[in-house]
Design a protein around this ligand. Structure first.
Ligand code: FAD
Length: 457
């Protein structure tokens, strides 16, 4: 009887799962393994929203495996130690794993390769499980990655995606390997009230609904903040409950401008993965140093706290920051604006904002979060690094009726448009009764400080 282990990481699904498929083809029995590694806890990654979503994903994965005659084996402990002990318990000949791009994933792969190699067990690492196109598959003539999106998009679009593989019909798990029950969402406290259900089943359902009724209008409506017309698939993609290859293929199959615009966004995800794969240190350090002397937590404590709490006095920024806490998610346009406000108007270090987003975002992802923050801060891959978004102009453009602001900032519910985006212009008596803060900073002053800092270089 031959046995293989599949180590699930950011690929918590059964459909379109090349490592599982390869393991099933190679062995009579397979151990589908998930390890709760205390290193992830120590790095502060198991925050409530993602812990709850992860619990849903693991419960759903276990249920899917049980319907196929198997089960998920969950262990707690350092990942290499746990994989090695499972391998020893069932005498596995190989371990299958999806390739990752973060420093943590590289280190895990390196340590596993060494430890398994010493035991004569093969580690098989699979590409195109987390992303649609593997990082490094398309590179420019004179470099190891694309630093500009548009030429990457051109090459990425021409790339042939691998075939989608079906979910397995049956999985036989060796009796001898025991594990813990996957935790339940009910055990996690401090979860945002509007957090969606996690897991492959919920993700596939949402994708099917979105493909039927949202996709075709996406090109026209993606920036309509109040209309909430994006897919909200990001957490499912982050946990790998949905496969990027399958989503891209199915969207392309639907065709039309909506699908084209949606696939372009998915390309951003791959773009950032290939940047981080080539420059792993850019999760913490400036990708492009501009010689910034950012304001720190100590320099700007009051401003940063107001930003985190959604009390800057700029309705669009505050709506965005409150949506983040309420739903564990934020619309992309709102993310751009909130990040621009922190890094440019308040001139605070992008890492402060990125850390706060990672505490709350259910899709919080080292790759997409850190590199989007850098993109906005002007230290990343944006070809216009000095642009500053004005929250009033953005509000009038992307929330013309003020419905997004009213949804998340109850103090402003009674204010008519367009003053809902500039409540400081209301008559004093009316303004005083709102209980809403005055602007934290004059936008012109913020802009001048940012320009002075930039011109210093
Ligand atoms: P849709 O508009 O429906 O797009 C479809 C998918 O494309 C998304 O689910 C996502 O996987 C991908 N995508 C879209 N835009 C981007 C982008 N700019 N970069 C990378 N992938 C993208 N996305 C995350 O998944 N995790 C994060 O931690 C994260 N942090 C961000 C921080 C900032 C400051 C900014 C500006 C953006 C961040 N994004 C992040 C990207 C983007 O905002 C979200 O992916 C998107 O809002 C998710 O909503 P959706 O699924 O409805 O997206």
């Amino acid at each position: 009887m031959t046995v293989a282990v599949v180590l699930f990481t950011s690929d918590l699904r059964l459909h379109d799962h090349p490592p599982l498929r390869a393991a099933l083809a190679a062995a009579d029995e397979v151990v589908p393994l998930f390890v709760r590694d205390p290193a992830v806890h120590a790095a502060g990654f198991d925050v409530p929203n993602r812990a709850a979503f992860l619990a849903d994903c693991l419960t759903d994965l276990d249920a899917g495996l049980r319907r196929r005659g198997g089960r998920l084996v969950v262990r707690s402990g350092p990942v290499v130690r746990e994989v090695c002990s499972v391998v020893a318990e069932c005498h596995a000949a190989e371990v299958h794993l999806a390739a990752g791009v973060t420093r943590f994933a590289h280190r895990r792969e390196e340590l596993l390769r060494k430890a398994l190699g010493e035991r004569g067990v093969a580690l098989r690492v699979h590409d195109a499980v987390v992303t649609a196109v593997p990082p490094g598959a398309v590179v420019p003539a004179n470099g190891d990655h694309y630093a500009v999106f548009t030429p990457y998009l051109r090459r990425w679009s021409a790339e042939r995606l691998r075939e989608v593989c079906p979910a397995p019909r049956g999985v036989r798990v060796p009796e001898v390997v025991r594990g813990e029950a996957p935790a339940s969402r009910a055990e996690v406290s401090g979860v945002s009230p509007g957090l969606p259900a996690g897991g492959e089943s919920a993700g596939r359902e949402r994708f099917a609904r979105w493909a039927r009724s949202g996709l075709s209008g996406y090109a026209d409506r993606q920036d309509d903040l109040a209309g909430d017309a994006t897919s909200r698939l990001s957490p499912y993609l982050h946990f790998g409950a949905l496969s990027a290859v399958e989503v891209v293929r199915r969207a392309r199959g639907a065709g039309g401008p909506g699908a084209e615009a949606f696939v372009r966004q998915l390309c951003w995800r791959d773009f950032h993965h290939q940047v981080l794969a080539a420059r792993p240190e850019s999760s913490v350090r400036d990708y492009r140093t501009r010689g910034d002397h950012w304001r720190t937590e100590e320099d700007a404590a009051r401003d940063i706290e107001a930003w985190r709490a959604g009390r800057t006095g700029y309705p669009m920024v505050d709506a965005a920051m409150r949506q983040l806490r309420e739903e564990g998610w934020m619309h992309n346009r709102a993310r751009l604006l909130a990040a621009s406000f922190l890094t440019k108007t308040l001139y605070a270090d992008w890492r402060i904002g990125a850390r706060h987003f990672l505490v709350w975002l259910v899709d919080g992802d080292i790759v997409s979060n850190q590199l989007n923050w850098q993109w906005v801060a002007g230290t990343g891959t944006d070809t216009r690094p000095h642009r500053v978004l004005n929250p009033v102009v953005q509000g009038k453009r992307f929330d013309p009726e003020g419905a997004y602001v009213r949804r998340w900032v109850p103090e402003l519910r009674a204010v008519e448009s367009p003053l809902v985006h500039e409540p400081w212009r209301l008559p004093e008596r009316e303004r005083d009764g709102l209980g809403y803060p005055s602007p934290l900073i004059d936008l012109g002053e913020g802009l001048a400080r940012f320009r002075r800092a930039r011109d210093r270089d």
